[in-house]
Design a protein around this ligand. Sequence first.
Ligand SMILES: [Cu+2]
Length: 510
Amino acid sequence: MQRGTNGSLRLAAALVLLAAGTSSVGCTKETTPTTGTTTPTTPTTPTSTTYNELWIPPTITGTTFNLTLGKSSKQFRSGAATNTYGYNGANFWGPTLIMNKGDSVQMNVVNNLSDSTTTHWHGFHIAPQMDGGPHQMIAPGATWSPAFVVRNNAATYWYHPHLHEKTYEQLTMGAGGLIIIRDPAEAALSLPRTYGSDDIPLVFSSRRFLTSNQFSKNIAVDVYGDYMLTNGTLQAQVTLPKQNVRIRMLNAEIERALNIGFSDNRTFSVITNDGGLLDAPVPVTRVLLLPGERVEIVANLSGDAVGTSLDLKAYNAGQSFGFPGGEGSPVTPTGNAGPAFGSLLNNTTFNLLHINVGAATPTAVASIPATLANNRYWTTADVTNSRTISITGGQAGGAFQFDNKVFSHTVINQTVKLNAVEKWTITNNNIFGHSIHLHDVQFKIISRSSGAVAPYESGWKDTFYIPLGASVVVIAKFEDFASTANAYMFHCHFSNHEDEGLMGQFLVVP
Ligand SMILES: [Cu+2]
């Protein structure tokens, strides 16, 4: 029933936007679908300077990681608490798992929901049976216990539900967590790494609230939240020491891209991509992060006076059509969210984190290295096979899909030979931008037809932005794990698109 709704609404919204020029405020051609007995609140633009202390997820270290996903609730607003999901008793999100490269780890995931779930280790190079994709279902009350060797480079990864047609809902409820991998090469570098002090994790995800204070989760329209939650904290603030600070950022939004920078436009250094350290820090004033992508940055606060403050913001205003979250504004005078895909935060610049500068710590890192790694990336000269995959559909009542095929559990869409170095060209001659994630591998982005690949995304990647009208070429080696029965997934990391069918399966075969 809902399959395809998003696509058709998306087309309608696109046409409305095109008809209205750059601004579509108040232009509602389609009616806002109902969301049950409750209606969205009359949203008000958050103008309060009252901040809430940023929640820093607790950590789990070692080689055995026990996770229990269950129902919880959190007091986000005055009145009723909001029903949520969390791992290990968290009232939104879950603990940060800290692993060492080379370790054999045992994972035990208990599902205390009344629904099935899965737990995907996003970015991990592991056997498909351990991957936690849609096939590794955990029934209510059951425990799933995969074991694997941590083969990835030091960087920031994450875990989240990946059950087909349930990912959007379970992510919206708050299920997810970060994974930090450490390795000797990274440990040898002079970088901030005191978790919660000069090494801060930030998970960005916004939500829309109903008048009942519950999360609004109509997959057809609630793809952009009205209020940013940073680590599950509304209007978050944190005190950071007056020194070089590492910030690990994950875009855990359903669909919104985040064009991230500081309120004083200061330059900061990008030091990692999804799958490891860059060769050298890349200085930028903005970094674009799509759903599923991670980046670690180092911001130098040593020149800031104690007691001053600055903001980390998403500079999302004024983006061209196709930018996820650039769609026009949101709210009708009656308080109903609409037109479809609007939100209070769309096409605006908004706060991700208010930062208060505090005293330096004894572990302050005075400067970061000019060289971080010596990566050997795959190039076109290494390629042994090429394939092209098109994003299609999304129009006239159809779901987005790969090569005109909506996801099916029983269809293998691509078959790769073990040890092949493959060039994948993804084309998007369609109606919107997407964020594409490949399981199993870390790849190198070779080109993006809409413009040069930014230096800050020149490292190992597992998720990439494909703008409207663009094609993106990536190269990966499919090594170590083969199976004629167990597939890996490739999909859009907008969980609404994924649930509606923009997902495929690939086998890596001997
Ligand atoms: Cu998509």
